[in-house]
Ligand binder design. Structure first.
Ligand code: GCO
Length: 445
């Protein structure tokens, strides 16, 4: 099976960036060379990770990074999106871990040798535990600590980085980590979520200021995840519930960044759920960005079931689902991109994550992940459709390069286009990786 870049589509245009993505905690291992992070602590708590696993070794990328970059280069991609582990850079006593910086500088230099652009995420959820001990994202000081860390990183990396994202998916850090508690640090309470968001967004804004000062030539922005919501029926109640879900889970993150304000919903929240917004915060949060990263996996239907919160329905039996149980719905990506385009004055968009977990097996040295190939093709077509309808999109990244530590679901969910045997750490290109490689080889001709 092939993946094709249809003639005239952005995917056939060599100036459209196509890449693969990973994150530090999910692949690196090498926990002994850094400070503990909130995910180490979370993994130690019984029952938090589905398969009882942890990130101490993961894909052993800390040792295998040269091979992994050779693998990336063999795929003919333009770019590699990866994240920096904050606890590998700044020690608990505030000193800088030069070995940590050298590790990433090695990666950046090797990518440059292969002519692969480095898209660096500065925070992909692995908060140093010593900061969580002081309140983590519920403590405003964490935002200032982030800016100090960004200063260290950007001074050390200089012009080696093509693009910086301050944060990856603050929704997951705040809502999953501090409100429903299924992600680290596992705090539960409605009084926490929106406060954590505010400090995360403040960290983004303060980080942007440092990026503008230290690396003004580098394109800088943020990566958000979105779920397009659809009413379960035509009833007004379901439509209202759908709008509420959108406000809580999508608009709450993009509106402050683009418009400098939270959704009007803020005024209706109980005061104890509201963040403390200081003078100047919204200006800091909403300074211009060069790109907005959009992560898309699936959609959700929403129902008003009479409860306090809008209910997100499980996908119906008959629809195609991924190994995560998520509906395969490429139209949702087109709809989302058009909705964002219509609702906001946006910088160029970048699809920074798209992909799926599938039930992959290594048989006779091969992994025939047909579902992934179909998923990638239909979602690339969905991006093309949005571009054809006028949305400015400059690139697309597959999540993920490697099978890796899928957070609370451990190693059982395989998102990679490359299969990882965790016993031997052997990598095997799945059929989807071969298809992507061939598509990109044709484009380069
Ligand atoms: C994300 C996460 C990834 C996940 C992926 C699949 O940004 O959502 O970056 O770390 O692995 O989304 O759930």
């Amino acid at each position: 099976m092939d993946i094709t870049a249809k003639p005239g589509s952005p995917f056939a245009d060599p100036s459209f960036t196509i890449g693969v993505a990973t994150s530090s905690f999910q692949i690196e291992g090498g926990a002994d060379g850094r400070e503990p992070c909130i995910w180490d602590t979370f993994c130690e708590q019984p029952g938090k990770i589905a398969d009882g696993s942890h990130g101490l070794h993961a894909c052993d990328h800390i040792n295998l990074w040269k091979d992994d970059i050779a693998l990336i280069a063999s795929l003919n991609v333009d770019a590699y999106r990866f994240s920096i582990s904050w606890p590998r850079i700044i020690r608990a006593d505030g000193s800088v871990n030069q070995d940590g910086l050298s590790f990433y500088i090695g990666i950046l230099d090797t990518l440059a040798q292969h002519n692969i652009k480095a898209y660096v995420t500065l925070y992909h959820w692995d908060l140093p535990q010593y900061l969580e001990d002081k309140g983590g994202w519920l403590n405003r000081e964490t935002a200032y600590a982030f800016a100090d860390y960004v200063d260290v990183v950007t001074k050390a990396f200089g012009d080696k980085v093509y693009s910086y994202a301050t944060l990856n998916e603050p929704f997951c850090s705040a809502y999953l980590g501090y409100e429903v508690g299924v992600h680290a640090p596992g705090k539960v309470g409605k009084e926490y979520g929106k406060k954590a968001v505010h400090h995360l967004l403040l960290a983004h804004g303060l980080g942007m200021k440092v990026l503008r000062k230290n690396v003004p030539e580098t394109e800088s922005g943020i990566v958000l995840n979105f779920t397009p919501f659809y009413p379960a029926s035509d009833s007004d109640k379901d439509k209202t519930a759908t709008k509420l879900a959108h406000d809580h889970f999508n608009d709450w993150y993009i509106r402050p960044i683009i418009e400098g304000e939270y959704p009007g919903l803020l005024d209706t929240l109980p005061p104890e759920h509201c963040p403390l917004i200081e003078d100047g915060d919204m200006e800091t949060i909403s300074q211009p960005i060069d790109f907005l990263g959009v992560n898309y996996y699936t959609r959700a239907k929403v129902q008003d079931d009479g409860g306090e919160d809008p209910k997100q329905l499980d996908p119906p039996e008959e629809c195609e689902k991924t190994a995560m149980g998520w509906e395969v719905y490429p139209q949702g990506l087109t709809d989302l991109l058009l909705q964002l385009h219509n609702d906001y004055r946006l910088p160029p968009l970048l699809i920074t994550e798209n992909g799926l977990a599938s039930d992959d097996h290594l048989i006779d040295g091969a992994v025939n992940d047909e579902q992934r190939i179909r998923y990638l093709q239909t979602h690339m077509d969905a991006v093309t459709e949005a571009v054809n309808q006028g949305v400015n999109i400059t690139g697309y990244f597959v999540w993920s390069l490697l099978d890796n530590f899928e957070w609370a679901l451990g190693y059982e969910k395989r998102f990679g286009i490359v299969y990882v045997d965790y016993e031997t750490q052997k990598r095997t290109l799945k059929a989807s990786a071969l298809a992507l490689r061939d598509m990109l080889a044709n484009r380069k001709k």
